[in-house]
Design a protein around this ligand. Structure first.
Ligand code: HDD
Length: 695
């Protein structure tokens, strides 16, 4: 009797597919022959070569050996930091020329599409770790300009932990899993991290940012990106202007709440990667504005801090952002390994007209990235990989090495030469010219400028700029993190720093940790300034009031009202929300008009943490049944405690009551579509004190 499926195994040799005929897909496709790496066509890709049935496998089987050897070598070392990442192709278009400031065509020639590849990453976790831990996100963009590759290798936070690259290995060793026990994975909440931080006051400003909701982005599409360091733009006359680069997401900034981020780790390890993939596949291409802060040496001298110190921002309120172009990501990579994994960024990759400053962190980075790629990608020819190769003509006299894929011709691999007319030559007119910076005078040594000594003023500015909800989140995050620290004196040391940043913050955290009496405040090297607040550093007030980019779930079951669902779905989609149907069974729901509504996810596997707002259209019978279901209760309860808008029909009220939901301004009747749509564009922060106690 034939098997019910199209594919049936056979056990007699060459062909493992057949069911009284090839499956249709097989028949229509035009498959190229499978070959070895040497181009030999393979006849049987299922069975090893043996000397008889039940016999020994023969060493002669070159096909088996090649296949397994290649497999054994498939992994390359993962990045020592930023190992977990997701990336996409796209383009950058300049809209406002900086021609007076730089010769770089990418920043002067408007209207051209420059191909880009952008990779977003977490820092601490391994390549197979989760997407939503509390962590800084890498924001690296490779622009394939016609004057060579420009890599803007930044983060979603505008400052860094340390002032000097010398400390980077210590920072990373302290941050990553502890070397004896190999945990925690992908999380800063442990002793070694906070031990180092508590002994390194220069990191206090960064600590404020990482304890804020910035490190819990709702989506990679809703994060800002920052080049962090001051770079230089250099114009045709050789004049330099300082520049800081900022990426601003078109969808606005948005973060999750901590409990939601934790639940997302359980619900979907790949939450951010999937979100980016699905958006691009759906044609909802994420976009970011490229903005610059431009300033002169004279302006820099008037700032109350040193802009060459990467633990400092220049508040937008002091030097405004100028929007100069937009990046759009519109194509998912064909192959994760070939592109996302093998892409090699390096802050030293800049086209003529962009140059570096003496920021000591930047200077160290200029060395580190090329060095790490040599190990990670196995030799000096990694720039020839398609994802890394420039998309402009390139030629030099570098030769040989592992995995050389080019076939340079001729006798000449040196310069100057007189033997070969087409050998490459340095070109003064268009070549990279380093900015002729006057060397500062002084004495050689392991030195740090006095102007780098203020570690607390901007930390205070950041904390005091946040609104009260954000301050509570930040204080609660510190309590959570430090509660995971087993060593009491490390907790104490951190509180003594916090008391300097802001006394109230220090007291809140001390109370949350049960520390009494308070430790003595740390002793800053210089007086802490009360800088003007910078509202641009906040998140909540700057969330964009839109459904675009957001995802709303509708819970339906057999018998649900087809009209109500269609009406709500249509209204949401008209405002560009992504709508996901959730049902108790993945086959979907048979609605009251007899139609089958296909489900995107089943209830137990689609927690509400994955959605920005939820709605339910149920029958009384279904609601009663779901009252006994813990997943259904959690679905509503979590949406409520994650401060999301909820719309429900009359029948669902009993289930909501069972889930402990009390009616407030964020809970709507399913009939009040307009109000729900407005609610789904935001979060109900006023609900928070009723659902969790914050520090
Ligand atoms: Fe770094 C990777 C961003 C300081 C050494 N870094 C890496 C990536 C990002 C950043 C986004 C991942 C790129 C990708 O997607 O492949 N790093 C930063 C920022 C820093 C910073 C914004 C401070 C402003 N990094 C920094 C220092 C050093 C490094 C001070 C060493 C002295 N970073 C590396 C590295 C990595 C890296 C070891 C690991 C993998 C790689 O380079 O390609 O070289």
């Amino acid at each position: 009797m034939p098997m019910p499926h199209a594919i049936r195994e056979t056990f007699d040799g060459n062909d493992n597919i057949g069911a009284g005929g090839e499956p249709q897909q097989q028949a229509q496709a035009n498959h190229p022959p499978l070959t070895t790496q040497q181009g030999i066509v393979v006849a049987d890709n299922q069975n090893s070569l043996a000397d008889a049935k039940h016999g020994a496998t023969l060493l002669e089987d070159f096909i088996l050996r090649e296949k397994i050897t290649h497999f054994d070598h498939e992994r390359i070392p993962e990045r020592v930091v930023h190992a977990r990442g997701s990336a996409a192709h796209g383009y950058f278009v300049l809209t406002d020329s900086l021609s007076g400031f730089t010769t770089a065509k990418v920043l002067t020639e408007t209207g051209r599409r420059i191909p880009v590849f952008a990779r977003f990453s977490t820092v601490a976790g391994g390549a197979g770790s989760v997407d939503t831990p509390r962590d800084v996100r890498g924001f690296a963009v490779k622009l394939y300009t016609e004057e060579g590759n420009w890599d803007l290798v930044g983060n979603n936070i505008p400052v860094f932990f340390i002032q000097d690259a010398m400390k980077f290995p210590d920072l990373v060793h302290a941050l990553k899993m502890e070397p004896d026990r190999a945990f925690p994975q992908a999380a800063p909440a442990h002793d070694t991290f906070w031990d180092l931080i508590s002994l390194m006051p220069e990191s206090m400003h960064m600590v404020m940012w990482i304890m804020s909701d910035r490190t819990l982005p709702r989506s990679l599409r809703m994060m800002e990106g920052f080049g962090i360091h001051s770079f230089r733009l250099v114009n045709a006359e050789g004049r330099s202007t300082y520049v800081k680069f900022h990426w601003r997401p078109a969808l606005g900034v948005q973060s999750t709440v901590w409990d939601e981020a934790l639940k997302l780790q359980a619900a979907d390890n790949d939450y951010h990667r999937r979100d980016l993939f699905e958006a691009i596949e759906a044609g909802a291409f994420p976009a970011w504005d490229l903005c610059v802060q431009l300033f002169t040496e004279e302006q820099a001298q008037t700032l109350p801090f040193d802009h060459l110190d990467p633990t400092k921002i220049i508040p937008e309120e002091l030097i405004a952002l100028r929007r100069i172009g937009q990046m759009v990501l519109d194509r998912w990579p064909d192959n994760f390994f070939a592109e996302t994994e093998q892409v090699a960024f390096c802050p030293a990759n800049v086209p003529p007209g962009i140059d570096f400053t003496n920021d000591p962190l930047l200077q160290g980075r200029l060395f580190s990235y090329l060095d790490t790629q040599l190990l990670r990608l196995g030799g000096p020819n990694f720039a020839q990989l398609p994802i890394n190769a420039p998309q402009c003509p390139f030629a030099n006299n570098q030769r040989d090495g592992h995995m050389q894929t080019q076939r340079p011709h001729g006798r000449v691999a040196y310069e100057p030469s007189s033997l070969q007319a087409d050998s490459p030559r340095a070109c003064r007119a268009t070549g990279f010219r380093h900015f002729a910076q006057a060397a500062p005078t002084g004495t050689k040594g392991r030195l740090r400028p006095e102007s780098f000594a203020d570690h607390y003023s901007q930390a205070r500015m950041f904390y005091r700029s946040q609104d009260t909800v954000e301050q509570s989140h930040l204080a609660s995050a510190l309590v959570f993190e430090l509660s995971k620290v087993e060593t009491a004196h490390v907790r104490m040391a951190m509180v003594s720093h916090l008391l300097v940043i802001d006394e109230d913050l220090g007291k809140r955290v001390a109370q949350g940790l049960g520390i009494s009496p308070l430790p003595r405040p740390a002793e800053p090297a210089m007086p802490v300034l009360n800088l003007d607040p910078s509202p641009a550093t906040t998140l909540i007030g700057r969330m964009k009031h839109t459904l675009e980019g957001r995802c709303v779930a509708i819970l339906a079951d057999d018998g649900s009202n087809a009209h109500a669902i269609a009406k709500l779905r249509g209204a949401l989609q008209a405002e560009k929300a992504m709508v996901r149907i959730v049902a108790p069974k993945i086959a979907g729901a048979r609605l009251d008009d007899g139609s089958l509504l296909a489900a995107h996810g089943h209830l137990a596997g689609s927690p509400s943490a994955q959605f920005d707002a939820v709605a339910a259209v149920l029958t009384p019978e279904s609601a009663e049944r779901l009252c006994m279901d813990a997943d259904a209760q959690a679905w509503f309860r979590d949406a409520f405690v994650h401060l999301k808008a909820i719309a429900a029909c009359e029948a669902t009220q009993a289930l909501m009551a069972k889930a402990g939901i009390t009616f407030d301004e964020g809970v709507f009747s399913i009939d009040d579509t307009d109000a729900f749509l407005e609610g789904a564009k935001t979060r109900f922060w006023s609900r928070e004190p009723s659902v969790r106690s914050l520090a």
